[in-house]
Structure formats: structure tokens, C-alpha cells
Design a binder for this molecule. Structure first.
Ligand code: NDP
Length: 321
């Protein structure tokens, strides 16, 4: 089968289209003939070596397709089922063997592209607003990169749970996109001071929580935008890793700092099923829209990585298999 492989860490050009053996199904797994793979920032961290893995490696943490074979002991899934899945570095490929623990049947009204696009960013956004900090009516929330894939879903969910949302974006075009997703106020963080604008917008109240997937370049501004007893949820490194911090800074306003990863919010079957079913319902009921901004062919995976690293994405980037 055809797949994308990384032989050693490097920039996007190190992604190579290779012919490898089709994987074989194991107990507790299914073989999926893929339709789409989702492209995520974590794929670039693995490719570049920021998150080290043994090389050579395949890539891709999510996808959608049709079950072609079912392993021993599998119940609840059958050949021919339309599914979406989370996986570990193997969805940029014609076939993936995936565990049934992170597999969900797609409702009839959810197409394959939305299925591949929704799980990683959607479950991240959902668990951030329900478990890292439970967003509620009356909260004022700051969402960085509000026109990005995870950002647009975060904005919609925070609005759904009754918060006022301040979003940040680098350009006016992205500001408009974030507004379309529901952001009440936008700060152009490429030009404006985030804490100063937050102070202005909130009349000095500041925000209850910051969802910060940008990392290095936004961390200090996020901290300075918080109200007393606020939550700084730092969940990504799009601009680079946040440098080590001095714990005593948290005493300035009794701030709660978190660095959550999706996996530890969906570690048990019950947690995954609850979150995935909630997300699918929100999509089916049109309470959350999954925005697919660009689709690349498998052979052009290099361009998909270059696209997200050039900050061009305004929603989900997919690879069509
Ligand atoms: P996005 O679509 O949000 O893209 C990242 C955005 O970050 C860019 O579009 C850009 O928006 C902004 N950005 C700011 N500075 C930079 C920079 N120097 N280089 C590139 N982008 C920059 O990506 P995702 O939604 O896929 O991911 C967002 C973050 O969430 C990532 O850090 C990712 O690792 C993290 N994440 C974490 C998870 C977890 O379990 N903790 C799970 C899933 C995602 P703008 O131009 O408006 O500044």
C-alpha cells in the first residue's frame, strides 16, 4: 500500500511517499480502508523531532474510512461499517490497523471528510471546555488562534455553554473567520497588546480562562489577561514550547495553570465513548460546525505540512487517500 513515511526528523520535505506492506489485523483491532486522514500540529512535532519517536515512522493521528477486516475478539464493529478513529502515527496511508478503543461509527449524516476532521481537534476542544475548565454562562473566555482548527471549535463551544468569547488572530481576514464562528471580540495579537485590549474590552474584569494553543509567543500575555483565580490552560506549541516557569508567579492572583493532553481525558473506554458521542451529537444537531479549509492528496502531504506551518489554515486540513 502507499503511505507517507519519515526516515529521520526534519522539515516538511522529509515526508516521503513509499510503498509498504499492507498491515495485518490483530486481536482487538480492525483494518480500515481509509478515505481521509486528518492533519494535525502533532504530526509536525513528530516529523520535526519535537516529540521524539523511533524512526522510520508513519504519520497521522486520525482518519476515516470503511472497515475491511475485523480482528479476533472484536464486538460491536463489522466489515463495511463507516468509521472514524484516533490512532498513533499511521493514518497517512491507504490502510490503517486501529484499536477499537478509539473507534466510532459515523452517523449516517456525518460524511467521511467531517468524520476524519472532527475527532482530534473536536475532542480536544470539548474536553478543554468541560474538563480543564468547565465553561459556564457568564464567563469571559480568551481563545488564542481563534480562526484555527481547534480555535474555531473552542469558540463555538464556549458560546454554546454561555460565555463571552474574546478571540485572537494574526490578520483581519482571520478575525472575520473567528467572528463567523461566534467570537464576540477580536484582538489582533500581531499588532495589539493582548492584556491591554482584554482590560479595555472587559472594563478591567479580565478573563476567567485562557485557552492557549500557541505557546511560547502568547504565554506571558495570557497570564497577564487573567482575572483573580483565573485558569491558564496551555495546550499547545504552535509558536514553540513555553520556556520553564517559576512556580511562584502563580501566586499573583492564585492562578491555576494546566498543560493538558487529549489522551489523558479519553484514556478509558467510557471517557472516549462519552466525549465522542457528545461531539457527534453536537455536530449532527448543527451546534458545532467542523470547517474543512483545505484537502491535499496523499502524494502532496509535504504541502499539507507546509500549509499549516505557514499559518494558512483556518479550520481542518485533510489528506484524501
Ligand atoms: P491551528 O489550525 O490552530 O493552527 C495554529 C495557529 O496558531 C495558526 O493558524 C496561527 O494562527 C497560530 N500561530 C501563532 N503563532 C504561530 C507560529 N509561530 N507558527 C504557526 N502558527 C502560529 O492548529 P490546530 O488547531 O491543529 O492546533 C492548535 C494547537 O493545539 C497546536 O499547538 C496543537 O499542538 C494543539 N493541540 C493540542 C492538543 C492536546 O492534546 N494538548 C490536541 C490538539 C491540538 P494566527 O495566524 O491567527 O496566529
Amino acid at each position: 500500500m502507499k503511505a507517507i513515511q519519515v526516515a529521520k526528523p526534519g522539515d516538511a520535505d522529509c515526508l516521503a511517499l513509499v510503498d509498504i506492506e499492507k498491515p495485518t489485523v490483530q486481536a482487538g483491532t480492525v483494518l480500515v480502508k481509509n478515505k481521509y486522514a486528518g492533519v494535525n500540529y502533532i504530526d509536525t512535532y513528530i516529523r520535526s523531532g519535537l516529540y521524539p519517536v523511533s524512526m522510520p515512522t508513519l504519520l497521522g493521528r486520525e482518519g476515516s474510512g470503511v472497515i475491511e477486516q475485523v480482528g479476533q475478539g472484536v464486538t460491536g464493529f463489522n466489515v463495511g461499517d463507516r468509521v472514524a478513529f484516533l490512532t498513533v502515527n499511521n493514518s497517512y496511508a491507504e490502510y490503517s490497523v486501529v484499536s477499537t478503543s478509539k473507534l466510532i461509527k459515523l452517523p449516517d449524516d456525518v460524511p467521511f471528510d467531517v468524520g476524519a476532521a472532527c475527532l482530534l481537534q473536536g475532542l480536544t476542544a470539548l474536553t478543554l471546555v468541560t474538563r480543564s475548565y468547565k465553561v459556564k454562562k457568564g464567563d469571559i473566555v480568551l481563545v488564542h488562534a481563534a480562526a484555527g482548527g481547534t480555535g474555531r471549535i473552542l469558540v463555538q463551544l464556549c458560546k454554546h455553554y454561555g460565555a463571552t468569547v474574546i478571540g485572537t488572530t494574526s490578520t483581519e481576514e482571520k478575525a472575520e473567520i473567528a467572528r463567523q464562528s461566534g467570537a464576540d471580540h477580536i484582538i489582533l495579537y500581531s499588532k495589539e497588546s493582548v492584556p491591554d485590549r482584554v482590560r479595555e474590552i472587559t472594563g478591567g474584569k479580565m478573563v476567567n480562562v485562557v485557552f492557549d494553543g500557541v505557546g511560547k509567543s502568547t504565554f506571558n500575555g495570557s497570564f497577564d489577561s487573567l482575572a483573580r483565580c483565573g485558569y491558564l490552560v496551555s495546550f499547545g506549541n504552535a509558536s514553540g514550547k513555553v520556556p520553564p516557569i517559576e512556580i511562584n508567579i502563580l501566586s499573583r492572583g492564585n492562578i491555576v495553570l494546566q498543560r493538558p493532553m487529549l489522551n489523558d481525558y479519553i484514556a478509558t473506554q467510557e471517557e472516549f465513548d462519552d466525549a465522542a458521542n457528545t461531539l457527534m451529537s453536537l455536530i449532527s444537531e448543527k451546534k458545532v460546525e467542523i470547517n474543512i479549509c483545505k484537502v491535499f492528496d496523499l502524494a502532496n502531504a509535504v504541502d499539507a505540512h507546509k500549509y499549516i506551518e505557514a499559518r494558512l489554515s483556518t479550520g481542518k486540513v485533510l489528506i484524501k487517500i
